[in-house]
Design a protein around this ligand. Structure first.
Ligand SMILES: [Fe+2]
Length: 136
């Protein structure tokens, strides 16, 4: 079952970035599924994958925003750094105190973490990205 869903209103105007966002949503859904069972190793793996993919996605997005001449790139970079720190903190909490984070707390945290970023920050670069569709 999918808990989070990508919909057209989340489109940032760059197909490759939309595909990355879809993948992040998929990983969050996988993580939530993994948490329903008692497979803490699976949770660790998926959380690790989410963190790795997030780092990759943010780096790619920052390259594109630089190529678009996005004026708020520095602020956007800072936000990305903070977001990686938040998930890393969640990961270490899960590793050091297994079971301390409930599936609903995790889903709640990650859905806000991603959705608020896409809606609140990424959609702001859409007008800049649209003029540079060759970049994505
Ligand atoms: Fe972003």
């Amino acid at each position: 079952m999918a808990y989070l869903e990508w919909t057209e209103n989340l489109s940032v105007g760059i197909p490759r970035m939309d595909a990355h966002h879809r993948r992040l949503i998929e990983l969050i859904n996988l993580l939530f599924d993994a948490m329903q069972g008692d497979a803490s190793r699976v949770v660790e793996t998926v959380l690790g994958n989410l963190l790795d993919y997030t780092r990759y996605h943010f780096a790619e997005e920052e390259k594109i925003l630089a190529a678009c001449g996005y004026p708020d790139l520095e602020e956007h970079r800072r936000t990305h750094r903070d977001m990686v720190g938040e998930v890393a903190a969640m990961e270490s909490r899960t590793l050091t105190q297994p079971g301390s984070v409930s599936p609903s707390e995790m889903l709640d945290f990650l859905s806000r973490w991603l959705m608020q970023h896409i809606i609140g920050k990424d959609l702001r670069y859409r007008p800049y990205a649209e003029g540079h569709l060759d970049i994505g």
